[in-house]
Every structure is written in structure tokens, then in C-alpha cells.
Design a protein around this ligand. Structure first.
Ligand SMILES: Nc1nc2c(ncn2[C@@H]2O[C@H](COP(=O)(O)OP(=O)(O)OP(=O)(O)O)[C@@H](O)[C@H]2O)c(=O)[nH]1
Ligand SMILES: [Mg+2]
Length: 496
């Protein structure tokens, strides 16, 4: 066992009731909306994540595994394989580089990578049979224990390819699910990821149910018997039934959690504080931007899917007006369909926002592709919900990491965007100006007489709007204010 060895936590462990799981620590999700950002939250999470991985490494020694714990992947030493069907060679390489980054985020060591140019994946073994033999050779040569394919494979393809390469084969979907399982922290997030994993694994249970459990207990490569029936059909049927029961229970629990989230959101909607949702491709620097704009310590990590639960932070614009920033889960190409549901809370944040700050990594070789991957998912959800998409402000981040030529190119391609560096702070004042301009757009001006007994209204005016002039009288304060129209309705009875 190497230090990088780990198993995923097993959120679907049949003996762990979801109700026993600790509550989210209150630093994630909307419950901190009114609370103060703890500046070290991100650091704490990062530390916890690192220590969890070390401890989890030990648990691969566990021999007591059941068929149901099929999810205990051991992604240690991996070879990547991709089929390049369209686009340029550079795009194919970028897709593999992203797969490598995903694998490393999951804790694996990438030993080799192979790409095959084909018009479409081989229906039997994903890559062609000649290439599969080559892959087998690469596995032997590097001593890899896992092959990761850059796509979603059918259960039959996985099994057939495992037969040739004689080590465990997983696909991009399983890999992303694994990362989500490691990173989810809130109860709802954990439950949703478990559900997505089960949905994904159910049809694949026979294919790898037995090989997984063997492998989790034994050495890599010991699953030469894939295709053997293992403990028999009956056992698998029992497992399937247990998984289905577990899924039904999870669905019920998730529904209940969703209800309370809706209640929280409704509470938030009662005030007119503008909601800015920061969304974009994974690793674009969304959390860094939220930190830079609010001075709080949201978790930042050079890893994909560092953020899994929407995190909300309050900030004050320099005219004294409050806004709320929500940091969200990153998007990725080929997001597993099972995970779109797990993304639901992030997507709801996006749909509900007053302004969407769409962050893109300007130092990425293909920012335009990332932008369209993100917009595609957002549009799907918006259409599904029958909602309208919020206005979007494109934010090109990491401009400290690009040269002048590249910058000129990006300005040409993405003219209207705000160009910033969350790291150096460059461009942030302009971004704040754009945000302020946007936020002020729906304001109305009016003059009100606020009695001295209504200190609450005065502070709300400062928070949600702007005081232009103010004059004390015998009964109270006469103020000329500029406030959002929803709040203007509240002030209407005091109009002078
Ligand atoms: N050079 C440079 N690096 C940056 C900048 N902003 C963020 N980064 C780095 O990019 C990496 C990802 O940053 P995060 O803020 O975690 O990105 P994210 O979009 O929240 O990522 P996920 O939550 O994983 O989707 C980290 O290593 C940051 O230090 C920037 O302006 N310049
Ligand atoms: Mg993040």
C-alpha cells in the first residue's frame, strides 16, 4: 500500500444511517447567511481534507467488505485512455490533461496515457482491440492497478475491457462521482452523491460488484476473474434490492432537506439584498474571487471540484450597500447525468441569482469551450425549471498568468467581460464598479420622513440602498434615498 492509497468514504454504508451523519458544520450552505464568515473556514477544510486522505489510506487494509461496498475504489496507480473522435489534437490533449487532473484530485498517480483516434468508440471494448492489447502492455509495464477511460462506458464495455487489460477499468463518470464522494460535506450533498453513485452502479453491479470487493481486500490485479460469477446471482440480487431500498430512503431524505432549503431561500427573498452567484468551470478561481471580493476564507485548492456545497458570503460595496455572494460547484465537460441532480442546489442558486458572475480561467488554453460547457448546463436547467436565466457578467480570471498577446486575443473574443486577477487584485475595482452599476439599475429615488422610533428602517436603508440627503426634524429624519424598488414599496407609507 502506498501513501496515496485511499478508499472513498462510504456514504452508502448500509449500517450507517444518514441521520447519524454529523450535521454540516454551519460554515457551508445558507445557514451562515446571517452569520459572520469565519476567515479560516477554507484552511480548516483543506487541513481536514488532507488528514482525511491519510487516515482513509489505512482503511484499504480492511478485509471485511461486502458486495454492497462496491464503491470502495482504489484509484492508486492509473493509466488513462481516451478515444479522440472530434476536434483538434490540442483539444484531445486538453481533455486528457483534464482527466489526469481529475484522477490526481481523486488521489491517483497517473503513470501513462493513451489516446486513440477513431470515428467513434468501439462498441465492444471502447478502444479498438489492437489498442486494448497495447493498453494491456502499458498496464504491465507501469504496474498500474486501474485504467480510467475518458468517457462514459456501458457496463458491457467496462467488463469486456477489464477482461483484456486484467485490472479494474473505470470511466470518467465513476471518477467524478468518486471525487464528489470525497469532497461533499453537507448532509444534502453527501446524500445526493450517494444516490448518484448508486444509480450509476446499479446496472454495473454484476460487472464489478465482485471484482471491487475482492480488490478492496486483496492486491491490485487479483481480479483476473472478472466475468466469473463470484458468490452467485442470488447474492447480487440481494445486493440490488438492498441498494434500491437504500436509494428510496435517500430520495425521501433529500426531499425533506430540499424543503427546508426552500424555506431558507424564501426567508432570504423577503429582503431585497442582491444575490450574486459566482459560477463557472471547475478550478476557474470562483472561490478565490469570492474571497477577494468579500475578504473571507472560502476553501481554495488547486484541485478540481474543491468546492461542492454552495457557500454564501455577505459583502458590502463601497457605497455601503450589502450584497450576497454565493460560491458554487464548478462545472465540467461531460458532467455525469447522475450528478446534474446532485448539482441541483448549485443550479438553483444560479437560476435564482440577480446577477450571475460567470468566472472563466483566462490562462486555460480553451476558455471559450469552458464557457459554452457551463452555459449549456445552465440553459438546460433554466429551461427545465421554466425560469428565465439571470443576467450574466463574464469575468475572465487569472490575468496575472497570461501575457499581453493572449490578453489582446481574449479581449477580442470576449470583449464585454471583466478582466481580473483574484490573486493580485488587478481589475477588481472595475469589477466592483460593474456590479454596483448593475445592482443600482433597478433603484428608485424617493423622499421619506422616518420617525425616530424606526431605527430599523434607517439601518435597512443604509444596507439595501443609499442615502442622498438627510435632515433631522422634530419628528424624525427626512431623507432623500435611492433604494431597490421592492423596498421602496415598504417605504411608501412614509413618503413625504
Ligand atoms: N495565477 C492565478 N491563479 C489563481 C487565480 N485565482 C485562483 N487561482 C488559483 O486557481 C486554483 C483554483 O482556485 P479556486 O478558487 O479553488 O477555484 P474554483 O473555481 O473555486 O475551483 P472549484 O471549487 O474546484 O471548482 C487555485 O490554485 C488558485 O490559487 C488568479 O487570479 N491567478
Ligand atoms: Mg471553489
Amino acid at each position: 500500500m502506498t501513501d496515496s492509497a485511499f478508499t472513498t468514504s462510504h456514504p452508502a454504508d448500509p449500517d450507517t444511517d444518514l441521520a447519524d451523519l454529523p450535521d454540516a458544520d454551519g460554515t457551508n450552505g445558507h445557514d451562515i447567511l446571517e452569520g459572520l464568515a469565519r476567515p479560516t473556514t477554507g484552511e480548516l477544510q483543506l487541513e481536514e481534507r488532507a488528514s482525511l486522505q491519510r487516515v482513509a489510506g489505512l482503511s484499504t487494509e480492511l478485509t471485511d467488505v461486502t458486495e454492497v461496498e462496491y464503491r470502495q475504489l482504489r484509484l492508486e496507480r492509473v493509466v488513462l485512455v481516451g478515444v479522440w473522435t472530434e476536434g483538434t489534437a490540442a483539444q484531445a490533449r486538453a481533455s486528457m490533461a483534464e482527466l489526469a487532473a481529475l484522477a490526481e484530485t481523486a488521489g491517483s498517480q497517473v503513470l501513462d496515457a493513451l489516446i486513440q483516434r477513431r470515428s467513434k468508440p468501439d462498441p465492444a471494448t471502447y478502444i479498438g482491440s489492437g489498442k486494448a492489447d497495447e493498453l494491456r502492455a502499458a498496464v504491465l509495464e507501469t504496474g498500474a492497478d486501474t485504467v480510467i477511460c475518458d468517457g462514459e462506458l456501458t457496463p458491457a464495455q467496462l467488463t469486456a475491457l477489464e477482461k483484456v487489460v486484467k485490472v479494474k477499468v473505470i470511466d470518467r463518470t465513476a471518477l467524478i462521482l468518486d471525487i464528489f464522494a470525497q469532497h461533499a460535506t453537507s448532509r444534502e450533498g453527501k446524500a445526493q452523491v450517494s444516490l448518484a453513485q448508486m444509480e450509476y452502479m446499479l446496472p454495473r453491479l454484476r460487472g464489478w460488484g465482485q471484482s471491487m470487493s475482492r480488490q478492496a481486500g486483496g492486491r491490485a490485479g487479483s481480479n483476473g476473474g472478472v466475468g466469473l460469477r463470484g458468490p452467485g446471482e442470488t447474492k447480487i440480487e440481494t445486493d440490488r434490492r438492498r441498494i434500491r431500498e437504500r436509494m428510496a430512503k435517500l430520495r425521501r431524505e433529500i426531499r425533506a432537506m430540499k424543503k427546508s432549503r426552500t424555506v431558507m431561500r424564501a426567508a432570504r427573498e423577503r429582503n431585497s439584498i442582491p444575490r450574486l452567484t459566482v459560477a463557472g468551470y471547475t478550478n476557474a478561481g470562483k472561490s478565490s474571487l469570492v474571497n477577494a471580493m468579500t475578504g473571507s476564507g472560502v476553501l481554495v485548492q488547486d484541485a478540481l471540484f474543491a468546492t461542492l456545497d454552495p457557500t454564501t458570503r455577505r459583502a458590502t460595496l463601497d457605497d455601503g450597500r450589502a450584497v450576497v455572494f454565493t460560491d458554487t460547484v464548478g462545472f465540467v465537460r461531460h458532467l455525469p447525468t447522475q450528478l446534474v441532480e446532485a448539482f441541483r442546489s448549485t443550479l438553483e442558486e444560479v437560476v435564482d441569482a440577480d446577477l450571475l458572475l460567470h468566472v472563466v480561467d483566462g490562462s486555460d488554453p480553451f476558455p471559450v469551450e469552458q464557457i459554452s460547457a457551463v452555459r449549456r448546463v445552465i440553459n438546460e436547467v433554466v429551461a427545465e425549471e421554466g425560469a428565465t436565466a439571470p443576467p450574466e457578467l463574464l469575468v475572465v480570471n487569472k490575468i496575472d498568468a497570461i501575457d499581453a498577446t493572449r490578453m489582446a486575443e481574449l479581449r477580442g473574443a470576449l470583449g464585454d467581460a471583466a478582466f481580473v486577477s483574484a490573486r493580485t487584485g488587478e481589475g477588481l475595482p472595475e469589477l466592483f464598479d460593474r456590479v454596483r452599476e448593475f445592482v443600482g439599475r433597478a433603484d428608485v429615488e424617493l423622499t421619506v420622513d422616518v420617525p425616530y422610533t424606526r431605527g430599523d428602517l434607517i439601518s435597512r436603508i443604509h444596507e439595501e440602498g443609499e442615502v442622498l440627503t438627510s435632515e433631522h426634524t422634530a419628528e424624525g429624519t427626512t431623507m432623500r434615498v435611492r433604494v431597490p424598488s421592492a423596498f421602496a414599496g415598504v417605504l411608501e407609507p412614509l413618503r413625504s
